[in-house]
Write a new protein. Sequence first.
Length: 368
Amino acid sequence: MKNYLNFESDIKSLELELEKLKDPFNQEGLTEVDTNKISSMQSAIDSKLSEVYSNLNAWQTVLVARHEDRPKSNFFIDNLFEDFIPLSGDRLYGEDKSVLTGFAKIDGNSVLVIGQEKGDDLESRIDRNFGMMRPEGYRKTIRLMKLADKFNIPIISFIDTPGAYPGVGAEERGQAEAIAKSIECCMELKVPTLAIVIGEGGSGGAIALASSSKVLMLQNAIYSVISPEGCATILWRDPMKTLEAAKAMKLTAKDLLDLKIIDEIIDEPTGGAHRDRDLILDNVKNSILDNLQSFSSMSREEIFDDRKKKFLSIGRSYGFINKPTNTTNLSINQNFIDKLKNKIFRDKKILFGFISIFLLLTVYFLYS
């Protein structure tokens, strides 16, 4: 049974009519299939899908990204890669089932595959914690990313999470630190890294794995610092402002490509990735292979420098810095006094000297 979104009511009606036309028996039990009517109805459905999906607003895109029939990481791993060897555990606490990890091959090339997995039904969603990773999940990916880097193996990550798990246990085990360490690890790698946002890319839970050489997004995926519902509640104290929040947040693939937050949009079938899984598999595979090929002539240092320059350039053309071409100097602009204070407090000998002089002068003025 197909699941429809609230703005797909017309599409649902047409598809129900199509199913009736395909029924080999009419009400009297006689065989009656009109192929011309079926063809005409299919054309009407295709036309309506194209009309609706070419004019999606930001909130409707959020709904498509969260569609329960949308292909998940497990689907892409099973169908895009050969010889997948799953690896588990962070070697510190335990296993996190919300993220799939392992080495595999794609078109004969060895890769490390990471996939945030939401699950396909209620039981698997509970088991996968709805794709919300815990600290042990991030530490598991860090362990394997460092291993891949050691053996010069590219890394492919599938991003699909509403955010990192905010539970008490996760916080007690260092959730924020684990996310920060994951981002740091991603930025220090000297192998090609691809992150593909296939559904939701929610907050630090997503960017912990998406700090990659190339960030790709499916056409109807979303990528944002917070959910539209959360944004509306915080900014307006009104959950009814969700539509306005979604629009203001610039969370769609088109908006993020314009802002140069992402590097490429992968086209989806009309009506969403769930309507033609074979086509979305082909599109994702071609994109992965093309992007991996773009790094084939680059050295490890060049790959590292390319990623560094990419992230340093984000936002610089929007007024955050006057000269966006200068990405080599990361030092903070300081005046003479600030520099002198920093030098004094960093160098213990200088600091001891200043304290000694201060004490001598104090004694001199007290007893003179």
